[in-house]
Design a protein around this ligand. Structure first.
Ligand code: FE2
Length: 448
């Protein structure tokens, strides 16, 4: 096998579909799901020049849109994100708007904020998408953003603020903190001093604080100059630390606390506990611990709780579960607040063979996990939670996951009742095409 990330359901689809309406459904689509699930992921438009060097993080972005309304599945549509880089490879209309520091894909997440749908990638600027996904505009918040934006901004459920950071590998500064207000105006940019450029995929936001992760995956300019697609190295001797900053603080107010080296791509959620800050994370012992061009290896990721105690100047680490999981999600209404439930993809046990075996619902109050098994030959993606319109409890709603069905050679949208998580699904929408394994997505209500 040349590269597992170009095989099976990691392989790209080559068709943009427009005319799929009234999709076949097994079960009943909950009538108050009115909107679209948008999901982004890498889908290289052309075979990489060196397939062995292709990294999953670098493929051109493609958005898959699944419409639900009136108890029906109203349609499916998919489009590559119209970046400038894409327009140099195939005949697509390049985006309007400013130049990006570096042309690249926009393949990691898609969100909606202040009435704008944004495709995100940590190496570049957001791309604002037209409703039909046919057009894009590079979005720099009216010129206020001058360096890349993470794909994991946090939406404050009370203030409507979009709180985020960005890494500029060619800094300094390598790290910046930003706040966009509920109207979509970028109002805060603070430089955060760090000694080197590292890969920072996600961070944490509570009601009052932000927490930055400075972990030992270093950007290597020499590897970049040699043309490696992912020029990063595991450098545990550099140490690992978390930086706590008041949300209304200046960059110089950050307080760093050292901890043992590890790597976190995804923070599940975080909240204040007095002076302490609690982060639930999916933690790896190490990543990128191989020479460039060698097989992609990493340790199994699992759910951990980090409690940052500034008085003791230490981070308490607790492993909450030993099952390998990734792509954690929560109810957006409890983001940054004490919470009870998290949802994640159950990964395979062999870290060298990427695989997605099922879904897990964690009840953190009762220290319990419930598993959804999608059935043989069926592999799920990120579970997106949508609270029911009349949902009083945190888990009264649905979990939406795009599931690849190997026997059909196509994908389904599976809708689970989160309070009956083990199944069976309340609805399975049979999509007309295969949706390659991807990264992140959002439920976009029709009235948003
Ligand atoms: Fe991510």
């Amino acid at each position: 096998m040349v590269n597992p990330y170009l095989e099976g359901n990691f392989a790209p689809v080559l068709e943009e579909r427009s005319d799929d309406h009234d999709l076949e459904v097994t079960g009943v689509v909950p009538p108050d799901l009115e909107g679209r699930l948008l999901r982004n992921g890498p889908n290289p438009v052309a075979t990489p020049a060196d397939p062995a060097d292709y990294h999953w993080f670098t493929g051109d972005g493609m958005i898959h849109a699944i419409g639900l309304a009136g108890g029906r599945a109203t349609g499916y549509r998919n489009r590559w994100v119209r970046t400038r880089q894409l327009s140099t490879k195939v005949a697509t209309v390049p985006p309007k708007g400013p130049s990006e520091p570096v042309d690249g894909p926009a393949n990691t997440h898609v969100i909606r904020h202040a009435g704008t749908t944004l495709a995100l990638v940590e190496s570049g600027f957001p791309h604002a998408l037209s409703p039909d996904l046919d057009r894009a505009r590079v979005h720099d918040f009216d010129g206020a953003l001058s360096s890349p934006m993470t794909a994991h901004p946090k939406l404050d459920p009370d203030t409507g603020e979009l709180v985020f950071f960005g890494v500029d590998l060619f800094g300094p500064p390598f790290l910046r903190y930003h706040v966009v207000d509920a109207m979509g105006h970028l109002t805060v940019t603070e430089d955060i001093a760090t000694p080197r450029a590292t890969m920072i995929h996600d961070f944490a936001v509570t009601a009052t604080r932000v927490v930055f992760l400075d972990q030992p995956v270093a950007f290597d300019l020499a590897l970049a100059a040699q043309g490696w697609s992912m020029p990063f190295r595991w450098t545990p001797d550099d140490g690992s630390r978390v930086g706590v900053l008041p949300r209304d603080g200046r960059g110089a107010d950050i307080r760093w606390v050292s901890m043992d080296p590890s790597y976190v791509f995804h923070v599940v959620n975080a909240f204040d506990d007095g002076d302490r800050t609690v982060l639930d994370v999916v933690r790896y012992d190490s990543v990128f611990d191989t020479a460039p061009g060698e097989a992609l290896t990493h340790s199994n990721p699992s759910l951990h709780r980090w409690t940052i105690d500034p008085a003791a100047n230490r981070v308490l680490e607790e492993r909450l579960d030993d099952v390998p999981v990734e792509f954690p999600r929560i109810d957006p209404a409890v983001a940054g607040r004490p919470y009870r439930y998290a949802y994640a993809v159950r990964q395979g046990d062999d870290p060298d063979r990427p695989g997605f075996e099922g879904l897990v619902k964690y009840d953190l109050a009762r220290d319990e996990a419930v598993r959804f098994d999608p059935g043989p030959g069926r592999m799920p993606g990120e579970p997106v939670f949508v609270r029911a319109a009349d949902g009083a409890a945190e888990d009264e709603g649905w979990v939406l996951s795009v599931v690849f069905d190997a026997a059909r050679g196509a994908s389904d949208l599976v809708i689970l009742d989160a309070t009956s998580f083990a199944g069976p699904p309340v609805a399975t929408v049979h999509l007309p095409a295969r949706v390659p394994f991807g990264f992140h997505g959002s439920w976009i209500p029709s009235d948003s």
